[in-house]
Design a protein around this ligand. Structure first.
Ligand SMILES: Nc1ncnc2c1ncn2[C@@H]1O[C@H](COP(=O)(O)OP(=O)(O)OP(=O)(O)O)[C@@H](O)[C@H]1O
Ligand SMILES: [Mg+2]
Length: 508
C-alpha cells in the first residue's frame, strides 16, 4: 500500500453496496494514484462494475466514503462524476443506436454555435473525427452507430470517454471486443494519457493485458477486497489464486477426440457475398470444430449464414445426410442447430425478464400446459442450469440485466442447451468470462461433445482454439485458408493461415 495517502487521487473507503438478495460490495477499500494504470480484477460477479458505477455516480454506496484529491466528495450522478473529472466506459455499451457517432460522443455537450441556443455541428463532427482518427478509426461520423460493428462501437465509446477532460478514466472491459491491433492502439492512448498524469482504472479478464499495461492491481472476490500490489510483485498463478480463491492449474484439459464417424452437418459450397466464399466442411457427431481467423475474416457471417440469419446465395446444407433448407433462424432451430451469438446484449438476452424466463425461453411453448405456464417446471429447469453452469444469481427470479456480464453469458448458453441441440454454434463463447468460469465452460463444451453434440466454436483467442478443439479451420477473407490438428499446430501456424500466406494443401 502507499505510505502517503495524501498523494492519492482517489480513495474509496469501506464501500458497501447491497442489491435485493446480494451484498455486491463489503467494506471495499481502494486507492488510485495520479498517473497510474490500476487494474481491477475478479471473477464474474465479484463486484467490479458495481464499484465502478458507484465511482461514476450511477449507484450510491450504502456506506463508505469517497475521497477525491484529498476531499470527501459526493458523487450522486454521472454528471457530478464527469464534472469532477471522472469518466467511464461501460461494460455493456451505452451508445444510442439511432444517433450518429458524432452525436453519441458529444451527447449533451454539443459545442455552441455563434447564435445562442444553436449547435456548431461542423465543429462537433470535426472534433469527433479527430478523436476517432487518433484512435486509428476512420469512419463516417454521421452514420448511426447501430450500423457499426461491435468493435467499432467499442472504439466510439472509448472516444467518448477520452473527449472529456478527465483526471480519471474508468474502463470496464474496453478490450473484450477489440482486435489485437485495436487493443494496441488503445494501450498506446492509455500510456500517453498516463504520461499526461491521467489515471486509469482498467478492467479486463485477459491477464496478458493486465501484465502488459497495469502499474498496480487490485483484486476483488465475492464483493470483498483481496489484495492490491504493484504488478512486478505478481504473476499469473498468484493473480488467479487471488481471484478464484484456489489454484487453477489446468484451464484447458485436453480430452481425447471423441468424434464419431457420423457426419451430423455437411456444408457445401456455401456463398454469400465477399465474406462467405465457397465454404465447404463436415462436422462429425461429438466433434469440436474450432474456427479461427482475424476479425473481419467472415467467421460470424459464415456462421450466421448457416443459421439462416442471412440466407445463402448458393450452396447446400445437410443435417444427418439429408439436405435441408435454412432461410431463417427458426428453420435452423427446427433442425436442431443452436447459436450462441457474440453480441449477447443485442441478440441473446431479454434484459427485463427473469433469469428463469431467459433460460426457459425457447422451451416456454412446451412448458405451457393448457393456458398456464408451468412456472414450477420453468424454475426447476432454470435451477438445474444455474447449478450446472454455476450462474451467480440470488435466485431464478432475478432480472437478468442485474447479473454481471459473465453470468449473463452463461444464461444465454443455458437457453440453447435447454433445446438439446444436435449442433451447437458458439461465437466467441468466453468473451468477458473470468478464468475460473472459462474452464467451466470448456468442460461443458467437452461434455456436450461427449454426449454427441457437434460443436462449432469460433474464437479470436488462439490458446482457446488450440486447447479445446479437435480440429481447426482458419478463415481468411471469407474462405477457409487452412485446416489444422490442434495437437500439432502452433499459434503461429494459425496466424500465418489467418493472414492468407499459408500454402494450401498441407494438413498439419
Ligand atoms: N442492479 C443490480 N441489481 C441487482 N443485483 C445486481 C445489480 N448489479 C449488480 N448486481 C449483482 O452484484 C454482484 C456484482 O456484480 P458486478 O456486475 O459488479 O460484477 P463484475 O465483477 O463486474 O462481474 P463481470 O466480470 O461478470 O462483469 C453480482 O452478484 C450481480 O448479480
Ligand atoms: Mg462487470
Amino acid at each position: 500500500m502507499i505510505s502517503d495517502d495524501s498523494q492519492a487521487l482517489l480513495q474509496l473507503q469501506n464501500i458497501n453496496k447491497s442489491f435485493p438478495g446480494v451484498q455486491a460490495l463489503k467494506d471495499v477499500t481502494m486507492t488510485v494514484l495520479p498517473g497510474e494504470i490500476h487494474g481491477l480484477l475478479g471473477e464474474n460477479g465479484a463486484g467490479k462494475s458495481t464499484l465502478m458505477k458507484i465511482l461514476n455516480g450511477v449507484y450510491q454506496a450504502d456506506a463508505g466514503s469517497i475521497m477525491w484529491q484529498g476531499q470527501a466528495i459526493d458523487l450522486n450522478s454521472p454528471q457530478a462524476a464527469q464534472q469532477s473529472g471522472i469518466s467511464m466506459i461501460h461494460q455493456e455499451l451505452a451508445l444510442v443506436g439511432y444517433l450518429d457517432a458524432g452525436k453519441n460522443i458529444f451527447l449533451g455537450r454539443e459545442p455552441h454555435g455563434m447564435i445562442p441556443g444553436t449547435i456548431n455541428w461542423r465543429k462537433m463532427y470535426a472534433d469527433a473525427r479527430h478523436i476517432l482518427e487518433e484512435l486509428g478509426l476512420t469512419i463516417d461520423v454521421k452514420r448511426p452507430v447501430r450500423f457499426f460493428s461491435i468493435a467499432q462501437r467499442q472504439m466510439i465509446e472509448v472516444a467518448k470517454a477520452l473527449s472529456f477532460d478527465a483526471r480519471l478514466i474508468i474502463m470496464d472491459e474496453p478490450t473484450s471486443s477489440l482486435t489485437d491491433r485495436e487493443v494496441e492502439t488503445l494501450f498506446y492512448q492509455m500510456r500517453s494519457l498516463r504520461e499526461q498524469g491521467v489515471s486509469i482504472i482498467f478492467i479486463s479478464h485477459r491477464l496478458e493485458e493486465i501484465f502488459e499495461i497495469c502499474d498496480r492491481v487490485t483484486v476483488l472476490r465475492d464483493g470483498q477486497w483481496v489484495a492490491t500490489s504493484p504488478i512486478e510483485e505478481l504473476d499469473r498463478d498468484i493473480l488467479i489464486k487471488h481471484m478464484v480463491g484456489r489454484e487453477v492449474n489446468q484451464i484447458y484439459e485436453r480430452r481425447s477426440n471423441q468424434a464419431s464417424e457420423h457426419i451430423v452437418l455437411e456444408v457445401q459450397n456455401l456463398n454469400r457475398g465477399a465474406r462467405v466464399k465457397d465454404i465447404s466442411f463436415q462436422l462429425r457427431q461429438g466433434e469440436i470444430l474450432g474456427i479461427a481467423g482475424l476479425v473481419g475474416a467472415g467467421r460470424t457471417e459464415m456462421l450466421e449464414t448457416i443459421f439462416g440469419v442471412h440466407p445463402a446465395k448458393s450452396g447446400t446444407i445437410a443435417i444427418n445426410g439429408k439436405p435441408v433448407s435454412i432461410r431463417r433462424p427458426d428453420q435452423a432451430i427446427k433442425q436442431g442447430i443452436g447459436f450462441v451469438t457474440e453480441d449477447r446484449k443485442g441478440q441473446g438476452l431479454f434484459p427485463v425478464m427473469t433469469v428463469a424466463a431467459n433460460i426457459a425461453m425457447t422451451r416456454l411453448t412446451e412448458l405451457v400446459r393448457t393456458v398456464f405456464v408451468n412456472w414450477r417446471e420453468v424454475n426447476s429447469l432454470a435451477e438445474d442450469f444455474i447449478k450446472r453452469l454455476d450462474i451467480r444469481t440470488p435466485s431464478p427470479q432475478q432480472n437478468v440485466r442485474n447479473l454481471s456480464g459473465g453470468n449473463q453469458q452463461k444464461v444465454v448458453i443455458s437457453r440453447w442447451l435447454t433445446l438439446n441441440p444436435r449442433v451447437l454454434i458458439l461465437d466467441e463463447p468466453t468473451r468477458g468470462i473470468d478464468v475460473g468460469a472459462k474452464s467451466e465452460i470448456y468442460r461443458l463444451i467437452q461434455q456436450l461433445a461427449a454426449d454427441g453434440v457437434g460443436i462449432i466454436m469460433a474464437s479470436s483467442e488462439l490458446p482457446e482454439i488450440l486447447g479445446v478443439s479437435d480440429r481447426v479451420l482458419v478463415m481468411h477473407e471469407g474462405r477457409f485458408a487452412g485446416e489444422f490438428d490442434p495437437k500439432q499446430a502452433t499459434q503461429d501456424d494459425l496466424m500465418v493461415a489467418a493472414t492468407g500466406t499459408y500454402q494450401e494443401g498441407c494438413l498439419k
